[in-house]
Ligand binder design. Sequence first.
Ligand code: RAM
Length: 361
Amino acid sequence: MYGTIARHRRLTVALAVTAALALGGTGCSGTTKDSANKEAGKAVAGSADPNAATRKGLTVAFLPKQVNNPYFTTSDNGGKKALGQLGSTYKEVGTSSGTDTSGQVSYVNTLTQQQVDAIAVSAQDPGALCTALKQAMKNGISVVTYDSDTQADCRQVFVSQASAEDLGRTQLQLLAEQIGGKGEIAILSAAQTATNQNTWIDFMKDELKKPEYKDIKLVKTAYGDDDAQKSFQQTQGLLQEYPGLKGIISPTTVGIKAAAQYLSGSQYKGKVKLTGLGTPNDMRAYVKDGTVEGFELWDPAELGALAAHTAVALESGQITGAEGQTFEAGDLGTFTIGKDGVVSLGKPTVFDKSNIDKFDF
Ligand code: RAM
């Protein structure tokens, strides 16, 4: 076993250096992974075969941002189910804090030592995992990110929940409508380093520059770290600091639930509007009691299932992560890899009192 790893490593380093010279120093990680694949008799870079047989008996490890977050329980169970249908094995490891980046790095290193076939990770921080993920790829492990990305050269494919731009802009649009286009607003985010939340927030700020939002002012972005108690306290703090606040966007399932809990028991219930990303099961009570009008999300189980299918397609040589390649993801249909190795699940759903009872996750 260890002999195989060492052999892969020596071979891949040698090939990586040659490839880097040939390519003028670009594209290292893809080449090293592909070299390992070549040695293992799998598909080679640039020669993805969409008709290659789907491999069975693989072990795919899910490493969410946070294991005790119901959103990730649902997404990873979606991955587990898909892997069962594909004849492969699922495992999940991870930290209970959404801000334990060194813990995430340790898990990647352990999975590399254990020689799992593929890793699906939701990154707490865009850069922190890079060295460890590159090492995993050098050892022949397929790496996909899902939910929250790392840098593009530190994984093969990012399985995105929806277009990041759509998600950012639509959350701002929802709140603008709820507050009648006027007033002070704040954002209650997750971890300060979270790639997904930070990308959405950048699009919210960009949307806010449009003339139709000239009467809306973003006064603060607070961070609840995907910790229920901290998010609750941050919401309380926002209202103490800005008593005239008209609305809050919380682009995290943990944050929006905690903010709704605070608002529903306060004088601000129904007056200070709250939207963002939440699960229908977490938010149902707050929609029914008038604390929240509407919010959005994708189906987390479908996101996990798509991550599992992507990992198996990579391991099967059906894709390498290059733009334009297509693969089948079971009941979810056919997907095409876009720019920078991003695959997008689809459009999110907006939930309100008219449809929330139709959803159970
Ligand atoms: C939390 C996490 C996750 C995010 C959802 C919306 O559960 O921060 O990364 O995608 O919210």
